[in-house]
Design a protein around this ligand. Structure first.
Ligand SMILES: [Cu+2]
Length: 396
């Protein structure tokens, strides 16, 4: 036996004793700031299994890119440093569409800068206004957009209102419309004028058809709850959504600002780059769909219809314990729920109550992330140590 390769029995015993005394060393004790990256070698699978080449954004910690890119969420008033690195073969930017940022941080190449291959940057801005926004690459824009370089940004308020003094609601539902032309993605050779792109795949959050019926895609609404549909379009099409009257849909915001007067909406037209915030408070027990038609912008006509599925959740019998706010994300949650990042909350016990005030969970959570994948649908209230109580919903 070669002692260089096999540690002595004494050393192994010493190591085991060390582990027994010290416990397993904690990994990832320090969270690094999240970094977005861009790549040009991704694949987006359609519902029928077709593999479409994409250029897109992803989190460095995930190691892969997605269409659409990750949802970026900020609190109103937050000073944001958006880290971006570009290891891909061409230059890209992040244009913060609709956000009030200064010219240097706007991601428009001609007026600020491009992030060339191998370079990194930080886009700094203050999230001054709550609302629904978008981001996308602004290099050879039509091409880089149709290849998949876009995502949604939500700026929300910890107190669960749409804006200061605005209506209260119970959860956000990001809905990003987009489309692509398979032939272009298969052979991305040059810049296209807008009218040369004729999309043949029409998506909501990168999905279509039956994919939108998957449990985690269905918009679950507990009785009595109000959800904020965050509708934004990166499509080349004009999107037209029809809200059944049972949803009691009211449009409150457009392009990241409150509309002068909220209006009941039955048909909503969303042009490329536009965003709307629509509150829905479905009638008890109502389940159904919101059909969204994609209209060709060049030769007027409907190309495709995708349906958003809304499902009533079980009746809210009983009462929730008192809560202070609705912080944390995503809300509603289906797989996991991230509690707010309270300073000093690491290692502190978390208690969760269900409807009726029964204690449903108690424990210490690394990183403050609750695994709710096996929890029944419904509303919950969580408290971490002596921090304020936060309410959230689980959907199935
Ligand atoms: Cu780009």
């Amino acid at each position: 036996m070669n002692s260089l390769h096999f540690p002595s029995v004494r050393l192994v015993v010493a190591l085991l004793m060390f582990v027994a005394v010290q416990g397993v060393p904690r990994l990832h004790a320090q969270a690094l700031p999240p970094v977005l990256f861009s790549e040009m070698d991704g694949i987006h699978f359609l519902d029928d299994g077709t593999a479409v080449p994409i250029w897109a954004y992803g989190w460095v910690t995930d190691g892969f890119i997605t269409l659409p890119g990750p949802l970026l969420t900020y609190d109103e008033g937050q000073q944001v440093d958006l880290n971006f690195t570009n290891p891909s073969p061409e230059s890209h930017t992040i244009h913060l569409h609709g956000l009030d940022v200064d010219q240097a941080n706007d991601g428009v190449p001609t007026t600020s800068f491009m992030v060339v291959t191998g370079e990194s940057t930080v886009y700094s801005f203050e999230a001054t206004h709550p609302g629904t926004f978008l981001y996308h690459c602004h290099v050879t824009t039509t091409l880089h957009l149709t290849m998949g370089m876009y995502g949604m940004i939500l700026v929300t308020r910890p107190d669960g209102t749409l804006w200061e003094g605005g209506p209260a609601y119970d959860g956000d539902v990001p809905l990003l419309f987009s489309d692509l032309e398979i032939a272009t993605n298969n052979a991305p050779v040059e810049s296209f004028p807008f009218h040369d792109i004729r999309p043949d795949v029409f998506m909501v959050n990168g999905l279509r058809g039956d994919q939108l019926e998957a449990p985690e895609q269905v918009i679950g609404v507990p009785y009595g709850d109000t959800l904020a549909l965050r509708l934004g379009s990166m499509a080349y099409s004009r999107v037209q959504c029809v809200f059944p009257p049972e949803l009691n849909a009211v449009c409150h915001m457009s392009d990241g600002r409150p509309v002068p007067e909220a209006f009941v909406v039955d048909t909503l037209e969303i042009f490329p780059g536009e965003r709307f915030t629509v509150l829905i408070a479905p009638e008890d027990g109502w389940s159904g769909t919101i059909p969204c038609a994609f209209w060709n912008m060049v030769d007027p006509g409907i190309e495709d219809v995708q349906e958003l599925h809304v499902e009533a959740l079980p009746s809210s019998v009983g009462e929730l314990p008192e809560f202070d706010a609705q912080w944390g994300y995503p809300n509603p949650a289906s797989t996991s729920f991230q509690l707010p990042d309270w300073r000093g909350s690491e290692g502190v016990e978390v208690v969760v109550w269900d409807l009726g005030g029964r204690e449903y969970f108690r424990g210490v959570l690394p990183g403050g992330r609750l695994d709710v994948s096996q929890w029944p649908a419904g509303s919950y209230v969580a408290q971490c140590g002596t921090h304020p109580r936060t309410r959230f919903s689980v959907i199935r």
